[in-house]
Design a protein around this ligand. Structure first.
Ligand code: DGJ
Length: 745
């Protein structure tokens, strides 16, 4: 058993592969957090962990207002590291939850009632969640708490998984009283750390520059990462880390946090006046509250916590391994993902049956496996002003019908995929003419428009059901292999005419539950259909989506130089197999930058590879190069999608990126060396590989001789980036990349 429970002292020690998480029940029946970090021995006497710096209590009582209620052995709520804190009884930090009682009071107190222990981890109903399909290997501890003034039962769930350093938490609130109460805040996890000597590493950005890493030392007060866009958003990502200032890629302590959720989230890090740190992660409490009628329960999404003492690379790798086993749709988590040709940048809305099929033939010819017909194939869509919601063939563009096209694709030996934006509606659509009441708007106000489109009210069961039926029809008619699920605007006017006034603050959560419901229905009915999520590129790159759609379009920015930053940032918290990465045309449509085909592919190999350009416009030389690229990727696909990923340069100056993927058996590694701007008369450059078998012998493409693993790791390899590597069609020495295949002999 990896969860150690001391019944007498009421101490709970959750022992993971290399980390320990410990808390206990205090004499006053509240929970005290004791420790989370590198694994320590399980023992009973935890006085050392429980101690905090003594204060002069008399002085406090006389002069200081924040000593709280000193009624239990000098128990001071303001000093205690709490597991799941309330507000209003002397702990003045931001709480983990807040409940409004029938009499209007928000002052509550949770007291320990007991615990439950069980093996295995089942999925949560209606929400994406972790699981343990191997049966009884995971262990789950539930701490049962009760609010004293009324019969509110709060269950804190903790799950740990064998051989993993990941702890998954969530909370269930059940109203067992006869009166209605209101849940004003319900975070999925709280973690109190005893000091604040941490750097916050967060991933922020915008459309076309998603998930750039930002690292700054914690300061006194609140630091917050959140979203109010009803989507996890490209602006902020729910993934973040707290790392010791000395922590780098290859060593040091780091805590990682993420929420398995795609709607409004809030990660709050509060450093208080004693320099302790409180972290809370969960649904954003702003614009959200839940009515709990008698016998009603509310279950929070799951949040995950992970610790490593081995640096940021080790953290990324342990998260990737965890997602693959316990989060991503098992029909695809170990499956190799197909090489895609997506029509968007090649054709946008300028579609015709002939153009599509000619491109598809060429795609097949170069070795592409999946043809994705993006936006424009439905309704009377000719630009972005119309037809969202009309998920049937655009007969003007494809008079033979979408099922004909699908048949032709399958005949060619290609898989076939389609783009949908299920949550959206255009005013100029048949759907709007039939169901204008399904559009999200507030009474008596014109709804706000975004990208010429509006959002469907996914809190309504009939909307979800309608979309399920129309999408099933298309999937059945086309024997579809893949769906790209896009979302191109955020939600304004959050209101549902279908909800009672007192439940309007439930809108955001109910909306995303509707989205999950549609995903759930489709993925369980069509187990073979691969879903790729997308939100104007990487705007909904979160673990909630990944549960259903194992990969996501990383960014609409397909410039390889921009992608170096985007993919590197994304790699901290998400695995390579989650990232859609395509080669597009040069000059690039977003940046105007010219780069070689080689550089474009070298960067795109690190993910789910594909193309996003018109093959018919390329020269024979370029087509020949693409054929080689596809052969290369097919040969090494397993390691690019499932291998362990390393960021080899400890600090990116923004000009140099060095990536490595490694096969689990260490027989093969591939290294990318990328240099943004030319370095004339460059300084000495060596790269140091990681994770190889010190005693194995390897050969490296472009280098004579054999190398032992230890030599490649400790003595490194001199980089020979030279001008010849620049593609002759790109007359610049900037944007050079080199790929090294390191193969065991
Ligand atoms: C945004 C996506 O990110 C693009 O790849 C493309 O699918 C467009 N939407 C289509 O409207």
């Amino acid at each position: 058993m990896a969860i150690h429970i001391d019944e007498k002292e009421k101490v709970f020690h959750l022992e993971m592969a290399h980390s320990s998480y410990i808390f206990r029940v205090l004499n006053n029946a509240e929970l005290q957090h004791l420790y989370y970090g590198r694994k320590i021995q399980a023992k009973v006497n935890l006085a050392n962990l429980a101690n905090y710096t003594p204060r002069n209590f008399e002085l406090f009582t006389a002069a200081a207002p924040d000593n709280g209620l000193d009624e239990f052995n000098q128990y001071q709520p303001a000093l205690i590291a709490n597991e799941y804190a309330s507000y209003g009884r002397g702990d003045f930090r931001h709480p983990a939850y807040q409940v409004k009682l029938p009499n209007g009071s928000r002052i509550t107190q949770l007291k320990y009632q007991g615990y439950e222990y069980k093996r295995g981890k089942t999925r949560i109903d209606n929400l994406p969640s972790t699981f343990d399909d191997e049966g009884d290997k995971a262990e789950q501890l539930t701490i049962i708490l009760k609010e004293q003034q009324l019969n509110l039962i709060v269950k804190l769930n903790y799950t740990i998984f064998p051989d993993q350093d990941v702890l998954v938490r969530n909370v269930q609130f059940s109203n067992c009283s006869n009166e209605k109460i209101e849940l004003l805040q319900a975070m999925s996890l709280q973690l109190d750390l005893p000091d604040s000597n941490f750097d916050l590493i967060q991933f922020a950005g915008a459309w076309l520059r998603e998930r750039y890493p930002y690292r700054q030392h914690l300061h006194m007060g609140i630091q917050m990462v959140d979203s109010l866009r009803y989507a996890s958003s490209p602006q902020q990502n729910p993934f973040f880390m707290l790392a010791r200032p000395a922590t780098i890629e290859s060593h040091g302590d780091v805590y990682a946090f993420n929420l398995i959720y795609s709607g409004n989230f809030q990660n709050m890090i509060e450093v208080d006046h004693y320099a302790t740190t409180r972290v809370t992660v969960g649904i954003n409490p702003f614009e959200s509250a839940f009515v709990l009628a008698p016998n009603e329960s509310f279950v929070t999404p799951e949040a995950l916590l992970s610790f490593s003492s081995q640096g940021l690379n080790a953290m990324s790798q342990q998260l990737a391994a965890f997602y693959q086993k316990h989060l991503v749709n098992p029909n695809f988590s170990y499956k190799q993902r197909p090489i895609v040709l997506n029509s968007w940048e090649a054709m946008t809305y300028e579609l015709s049956t002939e153009k599509i099929l000619t491109l598809a033939k060429e795609a097949k010819e170069v070795g592409i496996e999946l043809f994705v017909l993006d936006d424009g194939w439905f309704g009377h869509r000719n630009d972005d002003t119309s037809a969202l919601g009309d998920w049937f063939t655009n007969e003007e563009r494809i008079p033979e019908g979408i099922s004909y096209l699908a048949k032709e694709m399958h005949k060619l030996g290609l898989q076939f995929g389609l783009w949908f934006e299920p949550e959206m509606i255009s005013l100029d659509s048949e759907l709007y003419r039939k169901h204008s009441e399904w559009l999200i708007k507030t009474p008596k106000m014109e709804p706000a428009v975004g990208r010429n489109q509006y959002v469907l009210d996914f809190t309504r069961a009939e909307v979800v059901e309608y979309l399920f039926n129309v999408m099933c029809k298309v999937i059945d008619e086309t024997q579809l292999d893949y769906i790209k699920w896009d979302m191109n605007r955020h939600i304004a006017d959050a209101y549902s005419s279908d909800l009672e006034p007192e439940r309007q603050l439930e809108f955001g959560h109910r909306y995303i539950l509707g989205v999950y419901k549609l995903f759930e229905k489709l993925t369980s009915k069509y187990k073979q259909v691969l879903f790729e999520s997308c939100s104007s590129g990487g705007g909904r790159f979160d673990l909630g989506m990944m549960y259903y759609a194992p990969q996501a379009w990383t960014s609409d920015d397909t410039d390889p130089i921009e992608r170096l930053k985007i993919q590197q940032g994304t790699s901290y918290g998400y695995s390579l197999s989650m990232m859609g990465t395509h080669v597009s045309a040069s000059p690039n449509q977003q940046s105007g930058r010219r780069t070689s085909l080689q550089t474009r592919a070298n960067v795109a190999y690190f993910g789910d590879f594909g193309y996003e350009l018109d093959l018919l416009k390329l020269s024979e030389t370029e087509i020949a190069e693409i054929r080689q690229q596809i052969d290369f990727y097919k040969k090494y696909r397993a390691i690019f999608q499932q291998g362990a990923f390393y960021r080899l340069n400890e600090k990116t100056d923004g000009n140099e990126f060095v990536w490595q993927v490694l096969a689990p058996d260490k027989t093969l590694a591939i290294v990318l060396y990328a240099q943004v701007l030319a370095n004339v008369n460059p300084s000495n450059k060596r790269i140091y590989l990681q994770g190889l078998d010190a005693k194995k012998q390897y050969q490296v493409t472009g280098y004579d001789g054999k190398f032992y693993g230890d030599e490649l790791m400790y003595a490194g390899l001199a980089i020979k980036l030279s001008d010849e590597m620049a593609n002759p069609i790109v007359s610049t020495k900037d944007f050079l990349t080199q790929l090294l295949v390191v193969q065991e002999i």
